[in-house]
Design a protein around this ligand. Sequence first.
Ligand SMILES: [Cu+2]
Length: 147
Amino acid sequence: MNIRTWLLAGLCWAPMVAAEIIVSDVWARETVPGTNTSALFATLENTTRKPTRLVSVSVEGVDKAELHAHTEEGGMMRMRRVEAVEVGGRAEVKLAPGGFHVMLFQLAKPLKAGNEVPVVFQFANGEKVSARARVVNPKQAMQHHNH
Ligand SMILES: [Cu+2]
């Protein structure tokens, strides 16, 4: 192999090891005045055959972010903390209102609709995915959810 093909092979190889998990449609709820909590949602797509898990999420300006699920207990919807969110091989998982979500606590400053916040998703396979969350107000979130 001459140096030229070797270089080309190197260039082609690099993108193949990138993003195994695609994170899209990342958004957070605008903070309700007088509170310092919010929730964040996203779509996670595993492009590999190997199942993985979302294990943590960090959001700029937020002290504590927990993975939560909604479950029904005696006809009441309750939130509970989960250790991880499973993402099966070649599967897509939506974090959405009424289901899995990332609960944000102790926000340094309120989230305002129209702003963007940097977010990092950490997966059990070691992959870290950086994204930007759009901040939307609950009314827009409702429309967003229905379309
Ligand atoms: Cu929650």
